[in-house]
Design a protein around this ligand. Sequence first.
Ligand code: COA
Length: 336
Amino acid sequence: MYNSKITGLGYYVPENIVTNDDLSKVMDTNDAWIKERTGIQERRHVVKGDGDTTTTMGVKAAKVAIERAGIDKDDIDFIVFATLSPDYYFPGPGVLVQRDLGIKTIGALDIRNQCSGFIYGISVADQYIKSGMYKNILVIGSELHSHGLDMTTRGRSVSVIFGDGAGAAILSREEDTSKGILSTHLHSEGQHAEELALIAPGMGKRWVTDIIEDNDKDDESYLPHMNGQFVFKNAVVRFSEVIMEGLQANNLDVSAIDMLVPHQANLRISQFIQKKFKLSDEQVYNNIMKYGNTTAASIPIALTEAWEQGKIKEGNLVVLAAFGSGFTWGSAIIKW
Ligand code: COA
Protein backbone atom coordinates (compact mmCIF):
# COMPACT_ATOMS: atom_id res chain seq x y z
CA MET A 1 0.00 0.00 0.00
CA TYR A 2 1.05 3.55 -0.73
CA ASN A 3 -0.30 6.96 0.19
CA SER A 4 -0.78 9.81 -2.22
CA LYS A 5 0.78 13.18 -1.70
CA ILE A 6 -0.14 16.49 -3.29
CA THR A 7 3.10 17.39 -5.05
CA GLY A 8 1.90 20.26 -7.24
CA LEU A 9 -0.88 22.85 -7.10
CA GLY A 10 -2.02 25.53 -9.54
CA TYR A 11 -4.95 27.75 -10.29
CA TYR A 12 -6.25 30.07 -12.96
CA VAL A 13 -8.96 32.71 -12.79
CA PRO A 14 -10.13 34.95 -15.65
CA GLU A 15 -8.84 38.53 -15.51
CA ASN A 16 -12.28 40.12 -15.70
CA ILE A 17 -13.33 41.24 -12.19
CA VAL A 18 -17.05 41.73 -11.56
CA THR A 19 -17.77 43.70 -8.39
CA ASN A 20 -21.02 43.79 -6.45
CA ASP A 21 -21.56 47.30 -7.78
CA ASP A 22 -21.19 45.97 -11.34
CA LEU A 23 -23.98 43.47 -10.62
CA SER A 24 -26.22 46.16 -9.16
CA LYS A 25 -26.18 47.84 -12.59
CA VAL A 26 -27.85 44.83 -14.26
CA MET A 27 -30.14 43.55 -11.47
CA ASP A 28 -31.82 44.77 -8.32
CA THR A 29 -29.11 44.00 -5.77
CA ASN A 30 -26.50 45.92 -3.80
CA ASP A 31 -23.03 45.59 -2.31
CA ALA A 32 -24.28 45.68 1.30
CA TRP A 33 -26.77 42.80 0.81
CA ILE A 34 -24.25 40.56 -0.95
CA LYS A 35 -21.44 41.27 1.53
CA GLU A 36 -23.64 40.79 4.57
CA ARG A 37 -25.22 37.50 3.42
CA THR A 38 -22.25 35.90 1.65
CA GLY A 39 -19.02 37.83 2.34
CA ILE A 40 -18.46 38.14 -1.42
CA GLN A 41 -16.97 41.43 -2.70
CA GLU A 42 -16.13 40.44 -6.25
CA ARG A 43 -15.85 37.43 -8.54
CA ARG A 44 -14.29 36.64 -11.93
CA HIS A 45 -16.35 36.15 -15.09
CA VAL A 46 -15.03 34.91 -18.40
CA VAL A 47 -15.65 37.53 -21.08
CA LYS A 48 -17.67 36.01 -23.90
CA GLY A 49 -15.49 35.43 -26.92
CA ASP A 50 -12.11 35.59 -25.14
CA GLY A 51 -11.63 31.84 -25.64
CA ASP A 52 -11.70 30.63 -22.03
CA THR A 53 -13.81 27.56 -21.30
CA THR A 54 -14.03 25.19 -18.37
CA THR A 55 -11.45 23.00 -20.11
CA THR A 56 -8.99 25.75 -21.10
CA MET A 57 -9.05 27.19 -17.59
CA GLY A 58 -8.47 23.70 -16.21
CA VAL A 59 -5.55 23.19 -18.57
CA LYS A 60 -3.97 26.50 -17.49
CA ALA A 61 -4.24 25.50 -13.82
CA ALA A 62 -2.93 22.02 -14.63
CA LYS A 63 0.20 23.35 -16.36
CA VAL A 64 1.16 25.25 -13.21
CA ALA A 65 0.52 22.19 -11.01
CA ILE A 66 2.54 19.91 -13.31
CA GLU A 67 5.50 22.29 -13.31
CA ARG A 68 5.42 22.67 -9.52
CA ALA A 69 5.26 18.88 -9.10
CA GLY A 70 8.50 18.71 -11.06
CA ILE A 71 7.15 16.08 -13.43
CA ASP A 72 6.72 15.94 -17.17
CA LYS A 73 3.17 15.87 -18.58
CA ASP A 74 3.94 12.37 -19.88
CA ASP A 75 4.52 11.18 -16.30
CA ILE A 76 0.79 11.64 -15.64
CA ASP A 77 -0.99 8.28 -15.55
CA PHE A 78 -4.62 9.40 -15.23
CA ILE A 79 -6.83 12.50 -15.37
CA VAL A 80 -9.78 13.26 -13.09
CA PHE A 81 -11.89 16.30 -13.96
CA ALA A 82 -14.62 17.66 -11.68
CA THR A 83 -17.12 20.22 -12.98
CA LEU A 84 -20.82 21.02 -13.22
CA SER A 85 -20.26 23.33 -16.19
CA PRO A 86 -18.62 21.20 -18.91
CA ASP A 87 -17.82 22.59 -22.36
CA TYR A 88 -20.02 19.94 -23.99
CA TYR A 89 -23.00 17.87 -22.90
CA PHE A 90 -20.68 14.98 -23.85
CA PRO A 91 -17.81 14.12 -23.97
CA GLY A 92 -16.71 15.47 -20.61
CA PRO A 93 -13.70 17.76 -20.23
CA GLY A 94 -11.30 15.02 -19.04
CA VAL A 95 -10.59 13.87 -22.59
CA LEU A 96 -10.25 17.48 -23.78
CA VAL A 97 -7.51 17.98 -21.20
CA GLN A 98 -5.73 14.86 -22.47
CA ARG A 99 -5.91 16.34 -25.97
CA ASP A 100 -5.01 19.91 -25.06
CA LEU A 101 -2.06 18.91 -22.88
CA GLY A 102 -0.88 16.69 -25.73
CA ILE A 103 -0.33 13.67 -23.52
CA LYS A 104 -0.47 9.98 -24.37
CA THR A 105 -3.74 8.06 -24.37
CA ILE A 106 -4.15 7.71 -20.60
CA GLY A 107 -7.55 7.33 -18.96
CA ALA A 108 -9.67 10.37 -18.20
CA LEU A 109 -12.58 10.38 -15.77
CA ASP A 110 -15.23 13.06 -15.29
CA ILE A 111 -16.73 13.68 -11.88
CA ARG A 112 -20.20 15.19 -11.44
CA ASN A 113 -20.44 16.04 -7.78
CA GLN A 114 -20.67 19.83 -7.95
CA CYS A 115 -19.21 21.61 -4.89
CA SER A 116 -17.89 18.30 -3.53
CA GLY A 117 -16.39 17.40 -6.93
CA PHE A 118 -12.77 18.09 -6.07
CA ILE A 119 -12.92 16.01 -2.86
CA TYR A 120 -14.62 13.16 -4.74
CA GLY A 121 -11.90 13.58 -7.38
CA ILE A 122 -8.95 13.34 -5.02
CA SER A 123 -10.65 10.45 -3.22
CA VAL A 124 -10.86 8.47 -6.47
CA ALA A 125 -7.29 9.40 -7.40
CA ASP A 126 -6.09 8.42 -3.93
CA GLN A 127 -7.53 4.90 -4.29
CA TYR A 128 -5.76 4.35 -7.62
CA ILE A 129 -2.47 5.47 -6.09
CA LYS A 130 -2.96 3.48 -2.86
CA SER A 131 -3.58 0.30 -4.84
CA GLY A 132 -0.34 0.83 -6.80
CA MET A 133 -2.16 1.12 -10.14
CA TYR A 134 -1.01 4.69 -10.90
CA LYS A 135 1.87 6.92 -9.73
CA ASN A 136 0.86 10.44 -10.77
CA ILE A 137 -2.72 11.66 -11.24
CA LEU A 138 -3.88 15.07 -12.39
CA VAL A 139 -7.05 16.21 -10.59
CA ILE A 140 -8.78 19.35 -11.88
CA GLY A 141 -11.78 21.30 -10.61
CA SER A 142 -12.97 23.97 -13.02
CA GLU A 143 -16.15 25.97 -13.57
CA LEU A 144 -17.48 28.48 -16.04
CA HIS A 145 -20.64 29.52 -14.26
CA SER A 146 -21.17 32.99 -15.64
CA HIS A 147 -22.47 31.94 -19.07
CA GLY A 148 -25.25 29.91 -17.41
CA LEU A 149 -26.47 32.38 -14.80
CA ASP A 150 -29.60 34.49 -14.97
CA MET A 151 -28.11 37.98 -14.69
CA THR A 152 -31.49 39.64 -14.14
CA THR A 153 -33.30 40.33 -10.86
CA ARG A 154 -35.14 37.01 -11.27
CA GLY A 155 -31.84 35.12 -10.78
CA ARG A 156 -30.20 37.37 -8.21
CA SER A 157 -30.25 35.00 -5.23
CA VAL A 158 -28.09 32.54 -7.20
CA SER A 159 -26.15 34.63 -9.70
CA VAL A 160 -24.45 36.95 -7.20
CA ILE A 161 -22.82 33.96 -5.50
CA PHE A 162 -21.07 32.10 -8.31
CA GLY A 163 -17.79 32.85 -10.11
CA ASP A 164 -15.50 31.31 -12.74
CA GLY A 165 -12.09 29.72 -12.23
CA ALA A 166 -10.04 26.53 -12.08
CA GLY A 167 -7.68 24.74 -9.73
CA ALA A 168 -5.54 21.64 -10.19
CA ALA A 169 -3.47 19.24 -8.14
CA ILE A 170 -0.98 16.50 -8.91
CA LEU A 171 -1.30 13.52 -6.59
CA SER A 172 1.81 11.36 -6.54
CA ARG A 173 2.80 8.07 -4.94
CA GLU A 174 4.19 8.45 -1.40
CA GLU A 175 5.94 5.44 0.15
CA ASP A 176 5.70 6.79 3.71
CA THR A 177 2.10 6.01 4.71
CA SER A 178 2.21 8.41 7.66
CA LYS A 179 2.25 11.27 5.10
CA GLY A 180 -0.05 12.54 2.38
CA ILE A 181 -3.78 11.89 2.16
CA LEU A 182 -4.64 9.96 5.34
CA SER A 183 -8.30 9.42 4.51
CA THR A 184 -11.27 10.72 2.55
CA HIS A 185 -14.95 10.52 3.50
CA LEU A 186 -17.77 10.87 0.99
CA HIS A 187 -21.54 11.16 1.35
CA SER A 188 -24.70 11.86 -0.62
CA GLU A 189 -28.38 12.44 0.06
CA GLY A 190 -30.29 12.45 -3.21
CA GLN A 191 -33.54 13.11 -1.39
CA HIS A 192 -32.60 16.80 -1.71
CA ALA A 193 -31.39 16.64 -5.33
CA GLU A 194 -33.75 19.35 -6.59
CA GLU A 195 -32.97 21.84 -3.79
CA LEU A 196 -29.83 22.96 -5.64
CA ALA A 197 -29.99 21.93 -9.24
CA LEU A 198 -30.00 22.78 -12.92
CA ILE A 199 -32.81 20.62 -14.32
CA ALA A 200 -32.44 21.17 -18.06
CA PRO A 201 -31.29 20.15 -20.54
CA GLY A 202 -31.85 16.69 -19.16
CA MET A 203 -33.23 13.56 -20.78
CA GLY A 204 -35.37 13.03 -17.67
CA LYS A 205 -37.37 16.12 -18.45
CA ARG A 206 -38.71 15.37 -21.91
CA TRP A 207 -37.79 14.27 -25.43
CA VAL A 208 -34.82 16.18 -26.81
CA THR A 209 -36.87 17.21 -29.85
CA ASP A 210 -39.26 19.00 -27.47
CA ILE A 211 -36.32 20.81 -25.89
CA ILE A 212 -35.12 22.05 -29.27
CA GLU A 213 -38.60 23.13 -30.40
CA ASP A 214 -39.44 24.65 -27.05
CA ASN A 215 -37.22 27.76 -26.85
CA ASP A 216 -39.40 29.11 -24.08
CA LYS A 217 -37.62 32.07 -22.51
CA ASP A 218 -39.73 31.73 -19.39
CA ASP A 219 -38.73 28.10 -18.82
CA GLU A 220 -36.69 28.39 -15.62
CA SER A 221 -35.58 24.76 -15.68
CA TYR A 222 -32.62 25.96 -17.77
CA LEU A 223 -31.48 28.17 -14.88
CA PRO A 224 -29.82 27.04 -11.68
CA HIS A 225 -32.26 26.79 -8.79
CA MET A 226 -31.22 26.98 -5.14
CA ASN A 227 -33.29 26.82 -1.97
CA GLY A 228 -30.71 29.01 -0.21
CA GLN A 229 -31.84 28.74 3.40
CA PHE A 230 -32.36 24.97 3.19
CA VAL A 231 -28.91 24.57 1.62
CA PHE A 232 -27.37 26.77 4.32
CA LYS A 233 -28.93 24.76 7.18
CA ASN A 234 -27.83 21.43 5.71
CA ALA A 235 -24.36 22.75 4.87
CA VAL A 236 -23.43 23.78 8.40
CA VAL A 237 -24.50 20.38 9.78
CA ARG A 238 -22.83 18.27 7.10
CA PHE A 239 -19.57 20.28 7.09
CA SER A 240 -19.24 19.74 10.85
CA GLU A 241 -20.15 16.04 10.68
CA VAL A 242 -17.77 15.15 7.88
CA ILE A 243 -14.82 17.04 9.38
CA MET A 244 -15.37 15.19 12.68
CA GLU A 245 -15.78 11.88 10.83
CA GLY A 246 -12.39 12.41 9.15
CA LEU A 247 -10.62 13.44 12.33
CA GLN A 248 -12.06 10.53 14.32
CA ALA A 249 -11.09 8.02 11.63
CA ASN A 250 -7.50 9.12 12.21
CA ASN A 251 -7.75 9.31 16.03
CA LEU A 252 -7.33 13.07 15.88
CA ASP A 253 -9.29 15.88 17.43
CA VAL A 254 -10.01 19.42 16.32
CA SER A 255 -6.89 20.75 18.07
CA ALA A 256 -4.77 18.81 15.54
CA ILE A 257 -5.98 20.98 12.62
CA ASP A 258 -3.29 23.33 11.28
CA MET A 259 -5.31 24.48 8.29
CA LEU A 260 -8.94 23.98 7.30
CA VAL A 261 -9.69 24.75 3.66
CA PRO A 262 -13.47 24.62 3.35
CA HIS A 263 -15.30 24.74 0.03
CA GLN A 264 -16.01 28.44 -0.49
CA ALA A 265 -19.82 28.27 -0.45
CA ASN A 266 -20.54 31.29 1.69
CA LEU A 267 -18.26 33.13 4.15
CA ARG A 268 -21.00 32.84 6.79
CA ILE A 269 -20.88 29.03 6.50
CA SER A 270 -17.07 29.01 6.90
CA GLN A 271 -17.33 31.37 9.88
CA PHE A 272 -19.97 29.15 11.49
CA ILE A 273 -17.65 26.13 11.22
CA GLN A 274 -14.66 28.15 12.43
CA LYS A 275 -16.58 29.27 15.51
CA LYS A 276 -17.99 25.82 16.20
CA PHE A 277 -14.53 24.24 16.12
CA LYS A 278 -12.94 27.23 17.91
CA LEU A 279 -10.37 27.71 15.13
CA SER A 280 -8.37 30.92 14.78
CA ASP A 281 -8.40 33.06 11.63
CA GLU A 282 -4.96 31.60 10.80
CA GLN A 283 -6.39 28.06 10.84
CA VAL A 284 -9.06 28.63 8.19
CA TYR A 285 -8.38 29.78 4.63
CA ASN A 286 -11.11 31.78 2.88
CA ASN A 287 -10.97 33.61 -0.44
CA ILE A 288 -14.67 33.73 -1.38
CA MET A 289 -14.43 37.52 -0.96
CA LYS A 290 -12.38 37.68 -4.20
CA TYR A 291 -13.77 34.82 -6.28
CA GLY A 292 -17.30 34.00 -5.11
CA ASN A 293 -18.29 30.34 -5.09
CA THR A 294 -16.39 28.54 -7.85
CA THR A 295 -17.92 25.14 -6.98
CA ALA A 296 -15.51 22.29 -7.92
CA ALA A 297 -12.68 24.81 -8.36
CA SER A 298 -13.01 26.48 -4.99
CA ILE A 299 -10.96 24.07 -2.86
CA PRO A 300 -8.02 23.71 -5.28
CA ILE A 301 -7.89 27.50 -5.82
CA ALA A 302 -7.98 28.15 -2.05
CA LEU A 303 -5.49 25.36 -1.32
CA THR A 304 -3.08 26.72 -3.92
CA GLU A 305 -3.31 30.25 -2.53
CA ALA A 306 -2.83 29.07 1.07
CA TRP A 307 0.23 27.06 -0.02
CA GLU A 308 1.64 29.96 -2.09
CA GLN A 309 1.30 32.26 0.93
CA GLY A 310 3.30 29.83 3.10
CA LYS A 311 0.27 29.03 5.25
CA ILE A 312 0.65 25.30 4.64
CA LYS A 313 3.97 23.76 5.59
CA GLU A 314 5.55 20.32 5.61
CA GLY A 315 4.08 18.24 8.45
CA ASN A 316 0.90 20.34 8.83
CA LEU A 317 -2.47 18.67 9.24
CA VAL A 318 -4.66 20.05 6.46
CA VAL A 319 -8.40 19.37 6.37
CA LEU A 320 -10.50 19.85 3.23
CA ALA A 321 -14.29 19.80 3.47
CA ALA A 322 -17.11 20.43 1.03
CA PHE A 323 -20.88 20.40 0.76
CA GLY A 324 -23.11 21.07 -2.19
CA SER A 325 -25.66 20.05 -4.77
CA GLY A 326 -26.81 16.46 -4.67
CA PHE A 327 -26.67 16.90 -1.76
CA THR A 328 -23.13 15.62 -1.62
CA TRP A 329 -20.45 16.27 0.94
CA GLY A 330 -17.00 15.02 1.88
CA SER A 331 -13.72 15.63 3.65
CA ALA A 332 -10.05 14.81 3.22
CA ILE A 333 -7.50 14.62 6.02
CA ILE A 334 -3.98 15.34 4.77
CA LYS A 335 -0.59 15.23 6.49
CA TRP A 336 1.33 17.69 4.33
N1 COA B 1 -29.75 41.13 -3.64
C1 COA B 1 -30.70 41.73 -2.89
N2 COA B 1 -31.74 41.07 -2.35
C2 COA B 1 -31.82 39.75 -2.57
C3 COA B 1 -30.86 39.07 -3.34
C4 COA B 1 -29.80 39.81 -3.89
N3 COA B 1 -28.83 39.25 -4.65
N4 COA B 1 -31.19 37.77 -3.37
C5 COA B 1 -32.31 37.62 -2.66
N5 COA B 1 -32.70 38.82 -2.16
C6 COA B 1 -33.85 39.14 -1.33
C7 COA B 1 -34.94 38.10 -1.42
O1 COA B 1 -35.79 38.37 -2.52
C8 COA B 1 -35.65 38.30 -0.10
O2 COA B 1 -36.49 39.41 -0.19
P1 COA B 1 -37.90 39.43 0.58
O3 COA B 1 -37.57 39.31 2.04
O4 COA B 1 -38.48 40.74 0.18
O5 COA B 1 -38.65 38.25 0.06
C9 COA B 1 -34.53 38.64 0.86
O6 COA B 1 -33.43 39.11 0.04
C10 COA B 1 -34.06 37.48 1.69
O7 COA B 1 -33.85 36.37 0.83
P2 COA B 1 -33.39 34.98 1.36
O8 COA B 1 -33.26 34.04 0.22
O9 COA B 1 -34.27 34.59 2.50
O10 COA B 1 -31.96 35.38 1.94
P3 COA B 1 -30.97 34.53 2.81
O11 COA B 1 -30.70 35.26 4.04
O12 COA B 1 -31.39 33.11 2.90
O13 COA B 1 -29.65 34.58 1.93
C11 COA B 1 -28.37 33.19 0.49
C12 COA B 1 -29.64 33.99 0.65
C13 COA B 1 -28.45 32.50 -0.87
C14 COA B 1 -27.19 34.13 0.53
C15 COA B 1 -28.24 32.16 1.63
O14 COA B 1 -29.43 31.46 1.80
C16 COA B 1 -27.13 31.19 1.41
O15 COA B 1 -25.99 31.57 1.32
N6 COA B 1 -27.44 29.89 1.37
C17 COA B 1 -26.44 28.89 1.14
C18 COA B 1 -26.10 28.93 -0.31
C19 COA B 1 -24.90 28.11 -0.63
O16 COA B 1 -24.01 27.99 0.17
N7 COA B 1 -24.90 27.59 -1.84
C20 COA B 1 -23.83 26.85 -2.33
C21 COA B 1 -23.82 25.53 -1.70
S1 COA B 1 -22.43 24.72 -2.18
